[in-house]
Unconditional design. Structure first.
Length: 435
């Protein structure tokens, strides 16, 4: 199973940028839980914690789309460092403001601005893989990135819970700012694997993305984000209700471990069915997996429930990100993937804002129902848009440096293996030095 992953690291420079990105993205798995713990402990209100998280996630889900377009136009090395430094400074400022009991409105403004300087590390690293990896290995690379995300989502909540318990609720955000700065600057300095800045050729227009399957993928990911936001906040509430305040980090870590296991298995295999079919099946599995936590009443068994719920997460995201990449012109890879990630973040903001109110009034049962509603909505959207999603079933062709492929070319039902066969016959497989 691991052979396909080892092949990726034989490509020059991949080990370095993967290690840097792993460190740079670790704070992403810490920030939401850190905000929730800091605000809920300081104010005693999950509604306030949900509102602060939503303020952060709203700007994180929107403004980085502009940043990603700048990255495509000017390059990662020029755009990433200012964003990294600005957000790190604002996270520290927010921590100080909340700890000093500054009015929540002012704190909300600070954390919202911090979200606006969010760095699309996930998009940037996937854009690098799209640049350096052969076309038939890009889905495997995305699978590995989803797995590495889950490694972070295993470590991040545990680290956050430990730091908050041992040193105070404000410490995790400061540590996250430091890690983001170190890993992010390292990543930005690795220029040899960065996608080239496209100064010539056809530049994509906004309608190229609007008329592609990407908006549908984003809608699906918004619903998935609602699931994520509701589930994460509800687990914190569930742990508190059972007088196990430190258990929320462990429950979230088990969720990530389940997702990591599912992602490793899924990404090591070649699937014959169209991506549109795969995403529908995986969303059905995800829906079924979100039901057991609603019926669990002990923290120990909830650990098993969160692990099972996580198994379908990474495979679903792998397929969604592959759909996003194959919906975009060649000059908009970073932007298209950022749109996909922004969908998750926007849904997360919506999920946490609504769930925070539900938890204050009706407890964790209402939060888990919100989780199920997110999964059901995502599945309904995918089922109703199968024809549209099938038009995303083609990869970027790297052999034409300045050419953008129209994202509306219909190739319904074609699978990855069919493209591998076509590329093998035509001799146009992606080389490691082409964009």
């Amino acid at each position: 199973m691991l052979g396909s992953y080892r092949a990726l690291f034989r490509i020059a420079g991949t080990r370095s940028f993967c290690a840097a990105a792993l460190l740079a993205r670790l704070p992403g798995s810490m920030l939401v839980l850190s905000i929730v713990l800091l605000v809920s402990k300081t104010t005693g209100s999950f509604a306030a914690a949900g509102a602060m998280t939503a303020a952060f996630q709203v700007t994180t889900s929107t403004v980085p789309i502009v940043s990603s377009r700048l990255i495509d136009r000017y390059g990662q090395a020029r755009v990433l460092p200012p964003l990294i430094l600005a957000q790190s400074a604002l996270l520290v400022a927010f921590t100080v403001a909340v700890t000093a009991h500054v009015p929540l409105l002012a704190c909300g403004v600070v954390i919202a601005v911090a979200g606006a300087f969010g760095v699309p590390f996930g998009s940037a690293v996937r854009a690098r893989w799209s640049h350096v990896a052969p076309a038939d290995q890009v889905p495997t690379a995305y699978a590995m990135e989803s797995t590495l995300d889950e490694v972070n989502w295993t470590i991040g909540p545990l680290l956050t819970a430990f730091l908050a318990t041992a040193f105070g609720a404000g410490v995790p955000l400061v540590v996250a700012a430091i890690l983001s700065t170190l890993g992010g600057i390292w990543f930005a300095m690795l220029r040899n694997t960065q996608p080239p800045v496209r100064t010539g050729g056809v530049v994509h227009r906004g309608r190229d993305l609007v008329h592609s399957p990407l908006p549908v993928v984003v809608l699906i990911l918004i619903a998935i984000g609602v699931l994520f936001g509701a589930f994460e906040l509800t687990l914190v509430s569930f742990a508190d209700a059972h007088h196990a305040h430190g258990a929320s980090g462990y429950l979230l870590a088990l969720w990530a471990v389940g997702s990591m296991a599912g992602g490793l298995w899924f990404g090591s295999r070649r699937w014959q069915s169209p991506l549109s079919t795969q995403v529908l099946i995986l969303l059905a599995v995800l829906l079924l997996a979100t039901v057991p936590p609603l019926l669990i009443h002990t923290v120990q068994i909830m650990g098993l429930g969160t692990f099972i719920a996580g198994v379908a997460v990474a495979p679903t995201l792998i397929v969604c990100f592959t759909l996003a990449e194959r919906s975009a012109p060649a000059s908009a890879i970073t932007e298209s993937i950022t749109w996909a990630m922004s969908g998750i973040t926007a849904g997360f903001a919506l999920g946490t804002a609504i769930t925070g109110v539900l938890l204050d009034h009706w407890g964790s049962t209402a939060g888990f129902i919100m989780t199920i509603a997110g999964a059901l909505t995502a599945m309904a959207i995918a089922g109703a848009t199968q024809t549209i999603l099938r038009t995303a079933a083609f990869p970027q062709n790297p052999t034409d440096m300045g050419k953008d492929y129209p994202s509306t070319d219909p190739l319904p039902g074609i699978s990855l293996s069919a493209f591998e066969a076509i590329e093998g016959q035509s001799g146009q497989g992606r080389s490691t030095n082409m964009p």
